[in-house]
Design a protein around this ligand. Structure first.
Ligand code: MOS
Length: 744
């Protein structure tokens, strides 16, 4: 590729692309160590009760078995009685401790760990472990636990509970002529990234461990392991350069990490544990939720009240929270708002963040209800949304730092051809198929977190930019390299980006769509500091042509620092390094969100999603013909990776609307479709045209004006599809996914 600046803002190909497509990128289960052992976890076959007896005799006699750990022989750990384990994204409650005692809290819970000389031998021996249980009747459906719902006593760290009511939504609703109240439900989902959850622990000797763990942030497994096993942080390094998709499931440490480290310490050997595809359903998931939305409006479509109540599933041992209802208080302008959020405990594993946690589910219900209101008013659904456009965040009573949603509606509608929609349901047809158009709004927080980064220039002319964040497939490597390349006027091939290693400068987990803004600005700051260092060195040369220059008056390009007003006066990077007497010059950048700014402004990304579906009424088959997603997300760093983020989000939204559902058997308390054959995610044949628009939006919440894109693509996508299904068929299905049986 050519040395054309700026890279930032352009569709720069992924710098890690060649490694990934050639198989050279190394994932957690692909690191090797001398003499490594392989572990396999044995799942409980009941969902609630206790283990009466475990029979290990057959497994112990199987080939290659080295050790089997159960609750009866697992070493005690210092943190067994601690109320919390050190997990940066823990939720209130008492985190699960594998093999601690004989209790079974959810189906598939690991009840034994077999360690053998090969993966195959470990898996085989694990299949020979049998257990007898004392079985209690589990509850696994949130509707069956409705009467036990409670408001979470302790809010989750960093996640605001619903705001107090404003106005009087109930009285307004009662006094309204135009009103509706409906129940909505979204099926529980599991993330299903391609890469299985896995940990490879390399026993380095002397108590030192190098851990390769599938994670969205290396610092979290490191802190967790050090605290759980009382290890010296100096002796533990987590290195996880590549992540094969995660979507939130790898934010928290999982039992593979705990068990692999437990076994490595016990046996003083390197150990790898890869969970099976089925075991991917034994951890974090998008929780099952019961939602009720009530809306009222005056005759010209102005909302007079919004009420949103949700009951969401959690486990018996933790209060996982993603207050689903919050966005209903800020997407539209409305004086009377009542939001209520409750939990209900089930005999399941603790749910977790999954791409736009809370908003994905809650905004679906709000946007479906808004669509219903539009039909009741005989008003264009897009016009209804514009009529109620929020100029400020009603929850916090703050202006937005920027909000170009209006432009997103306009550009999206134009690209889609929304004006060609005929208003009546069932009024559009092509051949044997009914045609439907649907629209929905999306909204997600534009968050930031403190991040540190390092930039280093070496004598061979290469720049390295490094930050302990992760690239979960989002394009982090590429945007960091772009920022570095632009800062020093280098071809991007001469920039190395490093992430995913606890020896790099500190970053929290990559989540919440905050990585691009946070790590990006940190790298930008590190590069600015490095420029100062380099110029200082150049100034120090004998008879330096830049003797009195300051950084504002020089240009960094083509391997040299030149006076902007007189480019003949220059010092090469190599000479500056020599003057510094160093092979490598480095500088750090520390980024932190501007607290004062956040006091004054609310920052969100927005989207307008338009969907066209075709429904074959005889077969009940829904095909999503095309989707236009118009996104307002501040400065776009890389049009290619940004577009991919939105495409991925939209595809997951189509999955939520039409396909995805983890199905529990109520009497066994077990997920019956814990495999990719029966848990349907959209395949290529399900996805047709997806068109992504980024509208111009200038934002000042951080120096680069970046808002983040990992999550906004999914929010609203399922509602747009579901609303299009109604427009096509006249059938309002309020339970996702809209499968054939519900339409026929
Ligand atoms: Mo995201 S659900 O914070 O990985």
């Amino acid at each position: 590729m050519s040395n054309v600046h700026p890279y930032v803002g352009r569709a720069t190909p992924r710098v890690d692309g060649p490694l990934k497509v050639s198989g050279l990128a190394t994932y957690a289960a692909e690191f090797f160590a001398e003499d490594m052992l392989y572990a396999a976890a044995v799942p409980a076959t009941i969902a609630k009760g206790r283990i009466k007896r475990i029979d290990l005799s057959a497994a112990k006699g199987a080939p290659g078995v080295v050790e089997i750990l159960t609750h009866e022989n697992r070493p005690e750990i210092p943190e067994d009685d601690a109320p919390y384990l050190n997990d940066m994204v823990a939720v209130p409650g008492s985190p699960f401790r594998p093999l601690r005692n004989d209790k079974v809290l959810y189906s598939g819970q690991a009840i034994a760990l077999v360690i053998a000389d090969s993966h195959e031998n470990a898996r085989h021996a694990a299949s020979l472990v049998t257990a007898e249980f004392e079985v209690e009747t589990p509850t696994v459906d949130v509707a069956d636990a409705r009467s036990t719902a409670y408001e979470p006593p302790v809010p989750r760290d960093g996640i605001p509970p619903p705001p107090p009511p404003r106005g009087d939504a109930e009285a307004t609703f009662k006094g309204s002529e135009i009103r509706l109240k409906h129940d909505y439900r979204v099926a529980p989902e599991h993330h299903n990234p391609m890469e299985l959850q896995a940990t490879t622990v390399v026993w380095e000797g002397g108590g030192a461990l190098t851990i390769h763990n599938k994670t969205q942030g290396v610092i979290n497994p490191k802190n967790y392991i050090c605290s759980v096993f009382s290890l010296d942080p100096e002796k533990v390094r987590v290195v996880s350069p590549f992540v094969g998709g995660a979507f939130g499931m790898a934010l928290r440490p999982h039992y593979d990490l705990f068990l692999a480290v437990l076994a490595a310490i016990k046996l003083e050997r390197s150990v790898r544990l890869v969970l099976t595809r089925g075991q991917m359903w034994t951890m974090g998931w998008r929780p099952d939720t019961l939602q009720t939305v009530a809306l009222s409006a005056d005759a010209d479509g102005k909302l007079t009240s919004v009420s949103h109540h949700a009951i969401q599933a959690t486990s018996q041992f933790e209060d996982y929270q993603e207050p689903i209802v919050n966005w209903s208080g800020l997407i539209y302008d409305c004086p009377n708002v009542s939001l209520k959020y409750e939990l209900a405990k089930l005999d399941v594993s603790t749910p977790s963040d999954m791409r736009a946690p809370g908003a994905t589910t809650g905004v679906y219900a709000l946007e479906a209800a808004m669509d219903e209101l539009a039909y009741e008013l005989k008003m264009d659904p897009l016009e209804l949304r514009l009529k109620n456009y929020a100029e400020k965040d009603g929850n916090d009573d703050k202006p937005f730092s920027s909000k170009e949603l209006r432009a997103a509606y306009e550009q999206g509608a134009k690209r889609f051809g929304w004006s060609e929609r005929s208003p009546e349901p069932r009024s559009m047809k092509e051949g044997k198929e009914l045609v439907g158009y649907g629209v929905a709004t999306g909204c997600w927080e534009a968050m930031m977190q403190p991040h540190s980064a390092r930039a280093a220039l070496s004598a061979d002319g290469r720049l390295e930019v490094a930050c302990g964040t992760a690239d979960i497939g989002t394009g982090t490597y590429t945007i960091l390299a772009q920022i570095g390349a632009d800062a020093f006027g280098l071809p991007i091939e001469e920039v190395t980006a490093k992430v995913g290693d606890t020896s790099l400068p500190m970053a929290p987990v990559e989540g919440g769509s905050w990585a691009a803004a946070s790590a990006g600005n940190a790298v930008q700051l590190a590069c600015a500091a490095l420029k100062e260092e380099l110029l200082k060195a150049a100034r120090g040369l004998d008879d330096s042509p830049l003797a009195n220059a300051d950084v504002a008056h020089v240009t960094f390009a083509d391997g040299k620092i030149a006076l902007t007003s007189d480019p003949e006066k220059s010092v090469s990077y190599a000479d500056a390094l020599k003057a510094a007497g160093s092979e490598r010059l480095e500088a750090k950048g520390d980024f932190a969100p501007d607290g004062e700014f956040a006091e004054k402004y609310a920052s969100y990304t927005h989207s307008a999603v338009f969907a066209e579906v075709r429904v074959d009424e005889e077969l009940g088959v829904v095909r999503v013909e095309r989707i236009v997603s118009a996104v307002a997300a501040g400065k776009i760093l890389n049009l290619a990776t940004a577009r991919s983020q939105i495409l991925g989000g939209v595809v997951m939204g189509v999955g939520m609307a039409l396909h995805e559902e983890s199905v529990w058997d109520k009497s066994l308390g077990r997920i019956m479709n814990a495999n990719l054959g029966e848990y349907h995610v959209p395949a290529h044949a399900d996805i047709h045209d997806i068109d992504v628009i980024f509208v111009d939006e200038e934002d000042k919440a951080n120096p680069m004006g970046v808002k983040g894109l990992g999550e906004i693509g999914i929010v609203g996508a399922a509602a747009a599809v579901a609303n299009a299904v109604f427009h096509a068929t006249g059938k309002r299905i309020r339970e996702l996914p809209i499968t054939i049986d519900k339409l026929l």
